[in-house]
Each structure stands twice: as structure tokens, then as C-alpha cells.
Design a protein around this ligand. Structure first.
Ligand SMILES: Cc1cc2nc3c(=O)[nH]c(=O)nc-3n(C[C@H](O)[C@H](O)[C@H](O)COP(=O)(O)O)c2cc1C
Length: 349
């Protein structure tokens, strides 16, 4: 099943493997480099590539050496990447990731913002090392609207840069999930409190992206019940059930396996368009496997995303096709290093 084609929005994917978004922290001045183009082009046989998290505005930058997609220079730099992927026959979405309270003034040049002035009890990356997450500045109601608009504007920039679409990062404790969370979001206005309030930011951000570039080109990533970056969510089935009902018509949802199978299956049944499942979850002990992917396709998922397996195996599709062994890429080159980025070859027969 993994190796059968699938129609996603306006795109025909030659297989059901999605390269999961992975921050690799190798941008220079907020821009992808020639190596970034090589890296993604090497992985163009994936049914779909979702890029590393890309900030939609300056205040949304979560960590050092991460790229943005909100200035003319960034759009121009991404154009080189999307051209390289398309030249190799691939398809690529940009992941729009707003860090919210996960960020630092030394990184973004702005004080991080969040739904409420509550720091995440976690550490954040700066160029000088890891430090405790600062207390974010709470967004006013009007400023929340600015952040919603940033997703629409960045979606437009992404299409201008040649991306086939965008994925909103609603997972892993960044801004969108901060609004969903009862711990990070203690607002008294229309964006907090009840479930209807806590899902409002996600719904409006998705709507802004859909209005900007069309439903066929927008997806959202979610980690129901995921706890990383100090997130607490109550009544996960109800929260995500209501969210899925309220989201605009769009190309896909991309779920991490952060809830039990029953909850994930319920969300599958409730969602009308494409359902991407990431079996590995929030960097679980083992990278997602081919067997897990096949099981989820049999359970009703449409597409399966793989993260870590894509670091060391640019030809993952071919390795699955031929049953070839996989390279296990070491953690020490996940971020920043020159090694471990574009130097993993296809399988040497
Ligand atoms: C180095 C690294 C960076 C990651 N960066 C992101 C990111 O920018 N956005 C995101 O949604 N998930 C990110 N993830 C999570 C992956 O997309 C994926 O959910 C996770 O690795 C589990 O899948 P796997 O077992 O196939 O690796 C990252 C994971 C790794 C290993």
C-alpha cells in the first residue's frame, strides 16, 4: 500500500510516503542555502516533502539557524529549493511554524509572545546554548489577529517561492498548540476558556492560509494529547473532535501518534479529506517503521510520514520497494553540523 499512488488536492503523489518536517538548523541569516536545495532534492522521490519548521514572521522564530518565509530575500532563497525539488520530480510543502512562547529575544530579536504570560517549564535553544524558556508577553486580542494574518501572508509568500502548499504547525507545543492548551492558554477573551475559545486561533490561522492560497494547498499538523514543551490538554477527544469540525475544508490533517489508537481512529473517521499519520510520534524511542505505516494504511490512514528514517536514507522509497537495509543516522548531526546533511548517499548496490 505504501508504494501506491494517491491524489492529494491537485497533486498526484507517486507513493504514500511523506517526508516529515524536521528542523535541521542550517539556515544562514534566516535563509535556506544551496545545501538545503540539495538535501530536499535528494529526497524528491517521497510522495510529499514537508520542510523543516519555517517561521511565518520574525517574532515566530523558535530557534537559531531556522529559516523564515516572510521577506523577499527568503522567498528568493526558497525558490532555489523548490526548483531543485521540482526538477527532480518531487512535491514540497513548507511547514509554517510559529514558536510562540518557545523562543528567545537573542534568537528572534523580539521578545517571544504567547496566549498568556506563562513560561514553558522547558529549555529553548539560543546560539550560545540552551537556556530556560522566558516568560512570553501575552498577545492582546488585536495582536492575536496579527498573528492569524501572518499565517495567511506567509502562505502567500510560500506559494510565491514555488511551494506546492503549506502545512500549519499545530503540534509539539508551538503557538497553535499553546492556544489549544489549558496550561499555556489562560485567556479570558474569545481565544481562551472553553474548547470553542481554545480552538479559535487554530481555525482562524487555517482559514487565513486557505483564503490566501486555496484549500487544496493547506494542511495542518496536530499532536493530540502530546505533552512536549510543557503542554497540558484536557479532554483530548472532545478538544480535537471540535477542532476537526471547525477547521475549514482543507487538503489534509497530519497527526502524530501522541494519543492512543482509539482516539486517532476516531479522528480519522471524523476527517473528510486526507489523513497523514506519523507513527514515530514526538521523537519516540524508535523511528517509525514500514510495518507501522502499512498497519496505519490498513486502519484508514491515507499517507504515512517518516522523519528520522529520511535523514540517513534519501532514497527511502526505493529502500522500502527493494527491502534494502536502512541507515540509522546519529543524533549528533541532527542540527547545525556540516556533516550528516547532504552526505548520506542512496543505497550503493
Ligand atoms: C531532528 C528532528 C527535527 C524535527 N523538527 C520538527 C519540525 O520542525 N516540525 C515538526 O512538526 N516536527 C519535527 N520533528 C518531529 C518529526 O517530524 C517526527 O514527528 C518525529 O521524528 C517522529 O517520527 P520518526 O519516528 O519517523 O522520526 C523533528 C524530529 C527530528 C528528529
Amino acid at each position: 500500500m505504501l508504494l501506491t499512488s494517491y491524489r492529494l488536492g491537485n497533486l498526484t503523489l507517486p507513493n504514500r510516503l511523506v517526508m516529515a518536517p524536521m528542523t535541521r538548523a542550517r539556515a544562514v541569516d534566516g535563509k535556506p542555502t544551496a545545501s538545503t536545495a540539495t538535501y530536499y532534492a535528494q529526497r524528491a522521490t517521497a510522495g510529499l516533502i514537508v520542510t523543516e519548521g519555517v517561521h511565518p514572521n520574525a517574532v515566530g522564530q523558535a530557534g537559531p539557524f531556522m529559516p523564515g518565509v516572510h521577506t523577499a530575500e527568503q522567498v528568493e532563497a526558497w525558490r532555489v529549493v523548490t526548483d531543485a525539488v521540482h526538477a527532480n520530480g518531487g512535491r514540497i510543502f513548507a511547514q509554517l511554524m510559529h514558536g510562540g512562547r518557545i523562543g528567545h529575544p537573542d534568537v528572534a530579536g523580539h521578545h517571544p509572545v504567547g496566549p498568556s504570560a506563562i513560561a514553558a517549564r522547558t529549555e529553548v535553544f539560543t546560539a550560545a546554548g540552551v537556556v530556560p524558556a522566558p516568560v512570553p508577553r501575552a498577545l492582546s486580542s488585536a495582536e492575536v489577529q496579527d498573528q492569524v494574518r501572518a499565517f495567511g501572508d506567509a502562505a502567500r509568500c510560500a506559494v510565491e517561492a514555488g511551494f506546492d502548499g503549506v502545512e500549519l504547525h499545530g503540534a509539539n507545543g508551538y503557538l497553535i498548540q499553546q492556544f489549544l492548551s489549558s496550561s499555556a492558554n489562560q485567556r479570558g477573551d474569545a481565544y481562551g476558556g472553553s474548547i470553542a475559545g481554545r480552538i479559535r486561533f487554530a481555525v482562524e490561522a487555517a482559514q487565513a492560509a486557505v483564503d490566501a492560497i486555496g484549500a487544496d494547498r493547506v494542511g495542518i499538523r496536530l499532536s493530540p494529547g502530546g505533552k512536549v514543551q510543557d503542554i497540558v490538554e484536557e479532554d483530548v477527544p472532545a478538544l480535537y473532535g471540535e477542532l476537526l469540525k471547525a477547521l475549514p475544508d482543507m487538503a489534509y490533517i497530519h497527526l502524530l501518534a501522541t494519543a492512543d489508537d482509539e482516539v486517532l481512529m476516531g479522528l480519522r473517521k471524523a476527517w473528510p479529506t486526507a489523513f497523514i499519520l506519523n507513527p514515530g510520534g514526538q521523537i519516540g524511542p524508535h523511528a517509525g517503521t514500514r510495518e507501522q505505516g502499512e498497519r496505519w494504511l490498513a486502519n484508514g490512514a491515507d499517507l504515512i510520514s517518516y522523519g528520522r528514517a529520511y535523514i540517513g536514507n534519501p532514497d527511502l522509497v526505493e529502500r522500502f520497494r527493494l527491502g534494502l537495509p536502512l541507515v540509522d543516522a546519529g543524533r549528533e548531526t541532527w542540527f547545525q553540523t556540516e556533516a550528516g546533511y547532504v552526505d548520506y548517499p542512496s543505497y550503493q548496490h
